[in-house]
Design a protein around this ligand. Structure first.
Ligand code: PBG
Length: 331
């Protein structure tokens, strides 16, 4: 008996791991900055980069700085930026009308980016939480998150973002029927080429904590989001959600969070073959950063390994706060 495996021929997997050249030859997946979407937090004002304490290296940017981020994306080869607004507290109301104000922060940022760096795709987030007095993604009445009324509001928000020139709309609200309603409204308004990347399988997760700090929703959220975001115990339901959103007109779908849900990414990709994205969310970013700052892991290596895992799990792309750092690490 040879020591490696039963009968001949002898299988020695270490032959193809012996040198870097051989390892490169047999490498199955490739990490490239071309698959990254860079989430960016925006705020009002001028010349402001306001650090988010729970996300080391991430800041809320005033519009002039967002344009610089857009130029940086273009230089680094990052194909898309996703905008998340920190809304002034006075503009947060129960009815959320700031969400579809054509002049709101996000819509101004979309127009400025498309004017200055048209080659970078602009993605948006569609949910009411940055505008809602109670931090929820939908309209709330007597403690209940209203589905159909919320969808009407979200459609107005989608149309305002499409009017401003967004390339990709990202509904993250998890109301039922929103993709179909948005797609019909977009077609009706002549926005036939605006893509929808649906947050189709979005879980009610503890890993969104730092994001809620960044958009100023942490202290506000009344209760939790379990009546609309998914139960982390479920997997078959994710497949049914993706099927529904694709049927309603989504062009691309997302699994969120990322690292704890790689099984879902693989199943979604295998089941549909549609463009599949994962969101490596704020808490995942914060964990890697915190461990690196303590010297407990090598931050760059952990970043690259975590992002490669998404490719291996079948994802076509990843939303990650590491996008510019990855571009630099790979350069
Ligand atoms: C808003 C939204 C959230 C995230 C993206 N869009 C937070 C939430 O659902 O509470 C989280 C992203 C992250 O944690 O990085 N609907």
């Amino acid at each position: 008996m040879n020591p490696v495996q039963g009968p001949c021929p002898v299988t020695r997997f270490r032959r193809t791991r012996r040198t870097a050249a051989l390892r490169d030859l047999v490498q199955e997946n490739t990490l490239t900055v071309k698959d990254m979407i860079w989430p960016v937090f925006i705020r009002d004002g001028q010349d402001i980069e306001e650090p988010v304490p729970s996300m080391p290296g991430v800041s809320r940017l005033s519009l002039d700085r967002v344009l610089r981020a857009g130029e940086e994306a273009a230089t680094l080869g990052i194909p898309a930026i996703c905008l998340f607004p920190y809304t002034d507290p006075e503009l947060r109301t129960e009815t959320c009308e700031e969400a579809w104000n054509p002049e709101n922060l996000t819509n101004r940022a979309i127009r400025a980016l498309k004017r200055e760096v048209p080659e970078v795709a602009v993605m948006t987030d569609i949910a009411l939480d940055p505008y809602n007095i109670n931090g929820h993604d939908g309209l709330v009445k007597d403690g209940v998150i209203l589905n159909d009324e919320s969808v009407e509001a979200l459609v107005k928000m989608a149309l305002a973002q499409a009017d401003a020139g967004a390339d990709i709309l990202g509904p993250s609200d998890m109301m039922d029927g929103r993709i179909g309603a948005m797609r019909a409204a977009l077609e009706g308004a002549g926005h036939k080429d605006v893509a929808i990347l649906s947050y189709a399988a979005k879980y009610a997760s503890a890993f969104y904590g730092p994001f809620r700090d960044a958009v100023g929703a942490s202290g506000r959220l009344v209760g939790d989001k379990k009546t609309y975001q998914m139960n982390p115990a479920n997997a078959d339901e994710a497949i049914r959600l993706v099927a529904r959103d694709l049927a309603e007109g989504a062009d691309m779908v997302m699994v969120k969070p990322g690292m704890p849900y790689l099984d879902i990414c693989r199943r979604v990709k295998d089941a549909f073959g549609a463009p599949t994205f994962a969101y490596q969310v704020s808490g995942e970013y914060a964990m890697i950063k915190a461990a690196a700052q303590n010297g407990w892991v090598d931050g760059d290596k952990a970043m690259v390994e975590s992002l490669m895992a998404f490719k291996r799990a079948g994802c076509d792309g990843v939303l990650t706060y590491f996008a510019p750092a990855l571009a630099r690490a790979l350069a």
